[in-house]
Design a protein around this ligand. Structure first.
Ligand code: NIG
Ligand code: FE
Length: 429
C-alpha cells in the first residue's frame, strides 16, 4: 500500500479533466483518451496520456517498476472516483414504516409535522453510543466504496442539541481517519425545530448560534454549514441569520433549498455566495439565474424526488441556464434511503434529461466542486489524488444502461487498489 500504481490500455480513460466546476455546455466534455494510461506515484497522479506515451515516459524515467502495481484495463473504461456530495449517512434507527405510510398517501411533511420524520431519527441518534454510530458508519462507507465512491460528504442534523451534533461530527471525523473513503463534514444543526423549541424556530436559531456553532468551529469539526430552508422549517431570514454567522466563523455554506415549496432558497444561496444549493425542485428561474452568476453549484438529488414521488428538479433547464450541476444520493433514513450511485445516475438521465456525459461530470468534477475540492479530486489530472474506478465494461455509457446495478469492477484510492470484484470485494490490509 504505497500509493504507486500504473493503469494502462484503458479502452476509455474518462479524465473529466479540469480544476473548477463545469458550467452549462462545458459539462458535456469528458476529455476522453482512448487507449489511455495513468501513472500514480505516492498517491498522486503524476502522468496521464495514451498508453504509448506513458509507457515511453516510464521507460525513460527508469522507474523501479517493482514498486508499482499494474492494472491492465484493456476493454474497460476508467473514470475518476465518484464524489457523493450530499448525504446524511451517520444516524441510528430506521424509518421503514414511514415508507409504507407514504405508499398509502401520507406526505413527507405530514409525517414530519406529526412528530415523525427527522424527529424520529433524532431520538434514536441521541440514544446511540459513539461506537454504535461508528460501526454503522463503517458498513455504509464500505457499501459506498464498493460502488465507486471515493469521497463522501456527511451532515450532522440528527442531534439538534449540542451533545449529539458534536457526537455526529466527531464520528465522521473518526471515520475519515480510519476508512479509505474521504469524509467531508457539514454541520446541519438547523435540520428541524426540536420538540423543546416547538413554534420557536427563531429561539432555536439563537441557541444554535450562541451555543453549538462556536463549539463546532472552535473544535474544527466541520468545513460546511447547511440549513433546511423550507416552509414550516426554517425561513429565508432565519437561514440567512445562521449562515451569515457560520460564514463569519469560517465555514463554507450549503443549503437545502426550494425542495418542497419555493421560498427563495436559491436566491439566498446566490446572495451568500454558497458553495452549493441542494434539492432545488421548486427553484425559480430567477434563483437559477442568480446561482449561475454567483457560481453556486446546483446539487440535484433525483433519488429523493423518486422516493417522495415528487416532480424532479429541472436538470436540463438548470444546465441550459449555465449552472454547474452536481448529482448526489442524499442518503438518509427518511426521504431517500439509498447510497446507490447507479440509481441516481439512471434517474438523472431518464427523468431530469441530463445526458450521460453531463451525469458523469456531475458525479466527478462537479461533485468535487460542490465540496470545494475541485483542486484535488474529481478528475484524472496530474497533481490530483489517485482516486479512480475501473468499470467492467469498455464505456462510461454502460453506467445508466445497466439499470440500477453497479458497473464498477475496481476502485483505486490514493493510488492503492482497495476494491476488486474479481478478488471478492474490499481488500483489507
Ligand atoms: O435532504 N430535507 C431535509 N433533510 C433530508 C431528509 C432527512 C430525513 O428525512 O431524515 C433531505 O431529504
Ligand atoms: Fe439532504
Amino acid at each position: 500500500m504505497n500509493g504507486n500504481i500504473i493503469i494502462k490500455n484503458a479502452e476509455e480513460l474518462v479524465t473529466c479533466s479540469g480544476f473548477e466546476a463545469k458550467k452549462g455546455k462545458e459539462m458535456a466534455d469528458l476529455h476522453i483518451i482512448h487507449d489511455g494510461a495513468v501513472l500514480v506515484k505516492e498517491g498522486q497522479i503524476s502522468a496521464v496520456g495514451s498508453t504509448n506515451e506513458i509507457v515511453t515516459e516510464i521507460e525513460n524515467s527508469k522507474l523501479d517498476l517493482s514498486a508499482f502495481d499494474t492494472i491492465d484495463a484493456a476493454n474497460k473504461a476508467v473514470l475518476p472516483g465518484f464524489v457523493d456530495s450530499h448525504t446524511h449517512f451517520v444516524f441510528a434507527g430506521y424509518r421503514a414504516e414511514e415508507f409504507s405510510w407514504r405508499l398509502r398517501g401520507d406526505t413527507y411533511m405530514e409525517i414530519m409535522q406529526r412528530g415523525g420524520g427527522i424527529a424520529n431519527t433524532v431520538a434514536s441518534t441521541r440514544k446511540a453510543s459513539t461506537a454504535e454510530l461508528i460501526e454503522a458508519g463503517i458498513k455504509r462507507l464500505d457499501s459506498m466504496l464498493s460502488i465507486g465512491v471515493t469521497t463522501v460528504e456527511g451532515k450532522s442534523g440528527y442531534g439538534l442539541d449540542k451533545e449529539t451534533e458534536i457526537k455526529q461530527l466527531e464520528v465522521m471525523s473518526h471515520l475519515d481517519n480510519i476508512h479509505y473513503v474521504d469524509v467531508v463534514r457539514t454541520f446541519l444543526g438547523a435540520h428541524a425545530v426540536p420538540q423543546n423549541f416547538k413554534n420557536h424556530a427563531d429561539a432555536f436559531i439563537d441557541y444554535i448560534i450562541a451555543d453549538v456553532l462556536p463549539e463546532v468551529t472552535g473544535k474544527n469539526l466541520a468545513e460546511f454549514c447547511d440549513v433546511f430552508c423550507e416552509k414550516n422549517v426554517f425561513s429565508v431570514d432565519q437561514s440567512r441569520r445562521l449562515l451569515s454567522e457560520a460564514k463569519a466563523q469560517g465555514l463554507k455554506i450549503k443549503l437545502h433549498a426550494d425542495e418542497i415549496v419555493q421560498t427563495g432558497g436559491a436566491e439566498l444561496a446566490a446572495e451568500l455566495g454558497a458553495v452549493s444549493a441542494d434539492h432545488l425542485l421548486q427553484a425559480s428561474n430567477e434563483g437559477i439565474r442568480q446561482m449561475s452568476e454567483a457560481g453556486v453549484v446546483a446539487t440535484l438529488l433525483p433519488g429523493t424526488a423518486f422516493s417522495l414521488k415528487q416532480p424532479y428538479a429541472r436538470g436540463r433547464f438548470i444546465i441550459d441556464n449555465n449552472c454547474a450541476v452536481a448529482l448526489a444520493t442524499d442518503f438518509n433514513p427518511g426521504s431517500c434511503f439509498t447510497e446507490s450511485i447507479p440509481l441516481i445516475f439512471v434517474l438523472a438521465t431518464l427523468y431530469m434529461h441530463i445526458t450521460i456525459e453531463e451525469a458523469v461530470t456531475a458525479l466527478t468534477i462537479n461533485g468535487a466542486a460542490a465540496l470545494d475540492r475541485q483542486d484535488t479530486i474529481g478528475s484524472i489530472d496530474v497533481g490530483k489524488k489517485g482516486d479512480m474506478v475501473v468499470l467492467e465494461y469498455p464505456s462510461y455509457q454502460f453506467i445508466p444502461y445497466h439499470l440500477g446495478v453497479s458497473t464498477v469492477e475496481k476502485v483505486i484510492k490514493t493510488g492503492n487498489l482497495i476494491f476488486d470484484k474479481e478478488k471478492g470485494g474490499i481488500i483489507h490490509c
